[in-house]
Design a binder for this molecule. Structure first.
Ligand SMILES: CC(=O)N[C@H]1[C@@H](OP(=O)(O)OP(=O)(O)OC[C@H]2O[C@@H](n3ccc(=O)[nH]c3=O)[C@H](O)[C@@H]2O)O[C@H](CO)[C@@H](O)[C@@H]1O
Ligand SMILES: C=C(OP(=O)(O)O)C(=O)O
Length: 421
């Protein structure tokens, strides 16, 4: 297996182009199942998860054509199969996003249960309950969600018991072709959902409440094709902003969207980084002064995202002072803590909170992580650490960061991918 080797301690300077958002692109791709006309997406990041979604869509009969440069055409005149098999779903949880659109278009879907993963149990009960509220009949059998709606779905009022990004996306994609009006209460407000609403609207859907936690969908008989550019990745933006701050560097994050990163940038600013919101992106720098400890609690949008928790913890690990980092979304998202500890960080976990006492320097070490953001937090720590850090299990990074080593190397990082046997 490949690993990433970093010789740390160099301030990063230069420009990093922000890619399209993985977590926006995945539901946008699934939306192609809602129409028999082609969907043309641009700014799609070149990532393992995108290839996995394309593989899944092809199983269902979609012609998924990667035209290069981030352009994809997705077209499914007729759905050939309504089963999302275990072999693909187990690679990527977001595969469950085909459930809503398949059911809406064909009245049938058999989707493997995604199961838990390193960061938590991640049940899909809200996806299922919400679809049942729209009239679907669903049973769990042989590890599969077996859903049918032989007479089609019918609009309903559904209040989500907990804010769920994926369930909001699945239910939106189901409701757009349902008979009548659906109201989703306590819906997630993440920018990636607004991006999906923009695409669905361009396809002819009627949705009100974009950006709020109450979405009203008036079902239509059919949707048509559309062209859409994927939203810039706010988590990639935040990750590279931390790279600038943690190394005492100066990075221009080109193409970063100002409007969706405020919660991420607030603790960075409070920690002493200088942020300039410019016309073509965001400039992040930290001069000689040290990093201040800042408490952070993860929350659904517009709060601080759980997908940035590990990265901000890496930054806080070399702060002058202490920081309390509280994870409220996933019950097991501190796997980076012992690995950061191996690099000299002083972190103690008390339930859902981690007390980070800043140390003067981190030291390079061989480390590995069991999920995407934990892995990238180790890369960030490695960039700041003295000596050599080897980050193993690079396939996690390949799920979510496009050309990570190239982007960092171009800004002066000493980083290379070492091919495994
Ligand atoms: C592909 C994608 O976009 N992934 C993101 C998405 O994941 P995902 O959509 O899986 O996350 P959710 O928003 O659904 O999960 C939030 C919380 O709700 C719980 N829950 C969710 C659904 C359900 O049916 N029952 C239930 O209990 C989850 O276990 C978790 O504790 O949002 C997360 C929260 O911002 C991010 O960390 C992920 O990067
Ligand atoms: C948790 C993440 O992704 P997924 O929901 O696909 O596991 C992530 O992007 O950090």
């Amino acid at each position: 297996m490949d690993s990433i080797l970093i010789r740390g301690g160099l301030p990063l300077r230069g420009t990093i182009e922000i890619s399209g958002a993985k977590n926006a692109a995945l539901p946008l791709m699934a939306a192609c199942l809602l129409t028999d006309e082609p969907l043309r997406l641009s700014n799609v990041p070149a990532l393992m998860d995108i290839r996995t979604m394309a593989e899944l869509l092809r199983c269902l009969g979609v012609e998924a054509d990667d035209q290069g440069g981030g352009a994809w055409t997705l077209h499914v005149a007729d759905i050939a199969d309504t089963t999302a098999p275990y072999d693909i779903v187990r690679k990527m949880r977001a595969s469950v996003l085909v459930l809503g659109p398949l059911l809406a278009r064909t009245g049938k879907a058999d989707v493997s249960l995604p199961g838990g993963c390193a960061i938590g149990t991640r049940p899909v009960n809200i996806h299922i309950d919400g679809l049942m509220a729209l009239g679907a009949e669903i049973e769990i059998d042989g590890g599969y969600i077996r859903a049918k709606a032989p007479k089609g779905l019918t609009g309903a009022v559904y209040t989500m018991p907990q804010v769920s990004v994926g369930a909001t996306e699945n239910l939106l994609m189901a409701a757009v072709l349902a008979r009548g009006t659906t109201v989703l209460e306590n819906a997630a407000r993440e920018p990636e959902i607004a991006d999906l609403i923009d695409l669905l609207t361009a396809m002819g859907a009627r949705i009100e409440g974009r950006g709020t936690d109450r979405l009203t969908v008036c079902g239509v008989d059919a949707l048509h094709g559309a062209d859409h550019a994927v939203l810039p990745d706010r988590i990639e933006t935040g990750t590279y902003a931390v790279a600038g701050a943690i190394t005492g560097g100066d990075l221009m994050l080109k193409g970063a969207n100002h409007e969706i990163v405020e919660a991420i940038m607030k603790p960075l600013r409070e920690s002493g980084a200088t942020l300039d919101f410019l016309e073509d992106g965001i400039r992040v720098r930290r001069d000689g002064q040290g990093i201040l400890g800042v408490d952070v609690m993860t929350q659904p949008y517009p709060g601080f995202p759980t997908d940035m928790q590990a990265q901000i913890m890496a930054l806080m690990s070399i702060s002058h002072g202490a920081a309390m980092i509280t994870e409220t979304i996933f019950e097991n998202r501190f796997m980076h803590v012992p690995e950061l500890g191996r690099m000299g960080a002083d972190i103690t976990v008390h339930g859902a909170s981690a007390l980070v006492r800043g140390v003067r320097r981190l030291r390079g070490a061989p480390v590995m992580a069991t999920d995407l953001r934990a892995s990238v937090s180790l890369v960030l720590a490695g960039l700041a650490a003295d000596g050599e850090t080897q980050v193993n299990r690079v396939y996690h990074l390949d799920r979510g960061y496009e050309r990570l080593e190239q982007k960092l190397e171009a800004c002066g990082a000493d980083i290379e991918r070492v091919k495994g046997q």
